[in-house]
Design a protein around this ligand. Sequence first.
Ligand SMILES: Nc1nc2c(c(=O)[nH]1)N[C@H]1C(S)=C(S)[C@@H](COP(=O)(O)OP(=O)(O)OC[C@H]3O[C@@H](n4cnc5c(=O)[nH]c(N)nc54)[C@H](O)[C@@H]3O)O[C@H]1N2
Ligand SMILES: Nc1nc2c(c(=O)[nH]1)N[C@H]1C(S)=C(S)[C@@H](COP(=O)(O)OP(=O)(O)OC[C@H]3O[C@@H](n4cnc5c(=O)[nH]c(N)nc54)[C@H](O)[C@@H]3O)O[C@H]1N2
Ligand SMILES: [Mo]
Length: 688
Amino acid sequence: MKRVGERGEGKFERITWDEAIKTVADNLKRTVEKYGNESVYWQYCSGQQSLVNSRRAWWRLLNLMGGYLKYYGSYSTAQIGAAMPYTYGGRPGSDMSEIGNAKLYVTFGGNTLVTRGSGGGKGYQLECAKEKGHPKSIMIDPMYNDTVAAGMDQWIPIRPGTDAALVEAIAYELIKNNWVDQDFLDKYCVGYDEKTLPASAAKGSDYKSHILGKGKDGIAKTPEWAAKITGIPVETIVQLAKEMGTTKPCFISQGWGPQRQANGEETARAIAMLPILLGQVGLPGTNPGDAEGNSSLPAVYLPIGKNPVKATIPVFMWTDAIVRGKDMTDITDGMRGVKKLDHDIKMIVNSGGNTTINQHSDSNATDKILRDTSKCEFIVVCDNMMTPTCRYADILLPDVLGPETDDIACQGGSNGGTTSMLPMHKAVEPQWDQKTSYEICRLIAKELGKEQEFTEGRTQLQWLEWCYNETRKKVPQLPDWDTFWKGGPAQVYGWRKNPVALSEFRADPVKNPLKTPSGKIEIYSERLNNIANTWKLNPGDVISPIPIYFRNWEMYGDELQKKYPLQCYGFHHHGRIHSTFHNLPWLREQHPDVVFMNVLDAKARGINNGDLVQIFNDRGIVELPAKVTSRIMPGVVSIPQGAWYTPVSKNGNVVDVGGNINTLTSLRPSPLAKGNPQHTNLVEVRKA
Ligand SMILES: Nc1nc2c(c(=O)[nH]1)N[C@H]1C(S)=C(S)[C@@H](COP(=O)(O)OP(=O)(O)OC[C@H]3O[C@@H](n4cnc5c(=O)[nH]c(N)nc54)[C@H](O)[C@@H]3O)O[C@H]1N2
Ligand SMILES: Nc1nc2c(c(=O)[nH]1)N[C@H]1C(S)=C(S)[C@@H](COP(=O)(O)OP(=O)(O)OC[C@H]3O[C@@H](n4cnc5c(=O)[nH]c(N)nc54)[C@H](O)[C@@H]3O)O[C@H]1N2
Ligand SMILES: [Mo]
């Protein structure tokens, strides 16, 4: 289809595939010639991850045309992904099964049973592990989420974005009571105390001094101090510290909710301080404090060729790159590969994603940026559902559904200890005129005179066989192609040889150093200190060599709370994968879109369960029924993320009656990752 109204209006006209393919090819050529390949942006997407008929086909096509502007990071893990390697040189995670060898399991926002569902996935593995070892299990989360409800021992509600303060108070108690593992800290770590601080570090900049009030801020991080910030009673903090200090093995992990905040980088590294202080790293029944690990198969996907474009932007910064790309530099906006961008984004290719409007932040502001066709000149969207992002397409291409084509799925990021490959057979013919992504890209390549290079003489099915056979060279346990393709899912047992993260390092840190500059666990990171001294940060942003709690914008205690007193964040829930399946009425009926609101907050506003309310701040207004419940802590409201952005005009206001949380979220990036702080918002709620 091609756009006939204003961009964003959603008016389209059906055209032939020939015309659609030619328009996309012409615009790609025109944009590359006029502005260069750097101005063609491939949009983040999580909806197409199979081996061949996926985003890989688009990358392959774009690389044949000289490449495209890439992103780094993800909407999932921008902050933790950027921060954790400074501590550990990577992202170590023990297998879920190690919880079964622990005596205590503490997780910060690890809503495993919801976000790691599926038959043999991590949710199932968590339940098996709990069954095996019966560790006491504690959830630290603003919400009594379904993973707690399904059988954890304790819920400790915490104000969003304040986990690092809780960690510091626990650290204070651990130090005071001699529960820290001093030998471990001396031998394996840098910067716990003066002794192991790097020579370049200022006096008093070690972690212990910071906690005890002998650092720069002079504040002792006592439970009393943290109680005011976190909303957790002093006794609960003291008790938690005691339990963690005296129970071994202790398995400590975090989900990705705590890091999807404006101060998420510090939070992620701060949580990892607990296993480090306790020496609960690299031993059975322990985890280094990141999310639990996976045993990924090295699957070979459709090859994408080489992308000669050096410039890479933080995934969250594409709206900025449309408006002021040419001002974006390495030290102001986290550009990588280049010192600065030479071009603004002029064309967007979006397939299998809804981040162009729905899943990005500040939908109303993004809508304005996208509507200006003098900025981003051409947008092509490929999807199999008529999503909000589709409304912003200049050309709209219908992809098939999964069961309408042949492909292979490899296990994703929630497999934990299981590894498998799954043949996905075409079950039905496409019902109308849809084509597969692979076929669409082949046709565009043909239009551009690159068909032979694109296909290398193979069909989609032949590429599948090729990918599978290449994978099999690395994973010889897999059955031969014919057996696999006819036989169904192939499970690979015991792929991950050692389920305990960092056990080699623990056994011999000299022989098996970490990938940090010192080879040790860097509680104090010289690299972060360098970044803090060279980058130009927004006022209020903090990058710290040791992980600390700092107040960022729009949090509890802000001036802005006079106007917008409630903290608001979104969570990933049962009824959808992000925005996918929002259009299925049965799922909506089972998992209605509502705003979770505490009984006290509702009462104070005269709101009853089921009342239609408006949640609003300076960025927008969202309308949803209220779920009045004690499952969310007072002062905090939460909205299941992913509902479809549906702005309508009401009494002179634009109101999102679709209930999308991103109508309320901010485009301001986090300090180090320049990532999406979508769980950091202040709002007010009133009856609609
Ligand atoms: N059913 C379903 N499963 C999914 C998805 C989905 O949409 N639906 N999405 C998938 C994808 S792509 C991803 S990235 C993952 C996302 O997985 P996560 O990012 O881990 O999921 P969230 O729901 O954002 O957050 C998890 C928990 O963190 C809590 N939380 C939020 N802020 C804070 C905080 O500041 N401190 C603490 N302690 N807790 C906090 C939330 O209340 C929630 O219970 O899920 C994956 N799985
Ligand atoms: N406020 C807030 N915002 C968030 C989050 C949050 O927690 N809070 N979470 C963030 C996270 S972690 C993520 S990963 C992103 C996810 O954001 P997206 O990656 O945009 O994920 P979805 O919204 O599920 O969109 C996937 C799209 O792929 C389409 N699709 C499915 N199969 C196919 C196919 O075979 N071909 C094609 N062409 N399309 C297909 C679906 O119809 C759907 O429109 O959202 C982010 N946004
Ligand atoms: Mo994600």
